[in-house]
Ligand binder design. Structure first.
Ligand code: F6P
Length: 195
């Protein structure tokens, strides 16, 4: 059975500043992860000639894939992080202070809450449909380098987790989640490459 490897991008400069969304590059730590990931992928998928690397169109995922050689890379707009609309580039504290009603509505129903001029988790789940169809069609391994909200949705689909849990699933940085679909169901392994 072919594995699907899910990972967030390496720590971004905006992760360090606590800013959501946007399109920053990697921090020094994030760059170290990119190298470790390349090492891991090259070993894990050594004889998998048809494997491919999928990223979003945002810098932090493209840079995280940057050190991996030997596999084709495909960029998907559908793998971009949840669009935070008017809140893009803000910290959670700034949203809480400047837009308290928005902050509260999101807290109350994170799955359905849609950022003004942005997206909800339900929107993200919907736009991932073509990616999921393509992932299921693949016969070779795929490494998906994407973002927290998107990976919550993808992971939940494959691990068969209920919709209401999706926005709360833990997808830590610098960790690879390997999913294998076999006859006996879905198997999962996690590799934490950095502390
Ligand atoms: O903070 C990193 C990040 O990927 C943001 O870009 C994004 O808005 C957020 O995580 C999604 O997580 P949550 O839905 O918990 O705010």
């Amino acid at each position: 059975p072919r594995p699907i490897l899910l990972t967030r991008h390496g720590e971004s400069r905006d992760n360090v500043r606590g800013r959501i969304g946007s399109d920053s590059g990697l921090s020094d730590t994030g760059e170290i992860y990119a190298k470790k990931l390349a090492n891991f992928v090259e070993k894990r998928l050594k004889n998998e000639r048809a494997a491919s690397i999928w990223t979003s169109t945002l810098q932090r995922t493209i840079l995280t894939a940057g050190s991996i050689v030997g596999f084709p890379k495909i960029q998907w707009r559908a793998l971009e992080e949840i669009n935070a609309g008017v809140c893009d580039g803000m910290t959670y504290e700034e949203i809480k202070k400047n837009m308290p009603e928005e902050y509260e509505s999101r807290k109350k129903d994170k799955l359905r809450y849609r950022y003004p001029r942005g997206e909800s988790y339900l929107d993200v789940i919907q736009r991932l449909e073509p990616v999921i169809i393509e992932l299921e069609r693949q016969r070779a391994p795929v490494v998906v380098i994407s973002h927290q909200a998107v990976l919550r949705a993808l992971y939940s689909y494959f691990a068969d987790r209920p919709l209401k849990e999706v926005p709360h699933i833990e997808i830590p940085l610098h960790t690879i989640i390997e999913i294998q679909m076999g006859v006996t169901g879905v198997q999962e392994k996690r590799y934490k490459l950095m502390d």
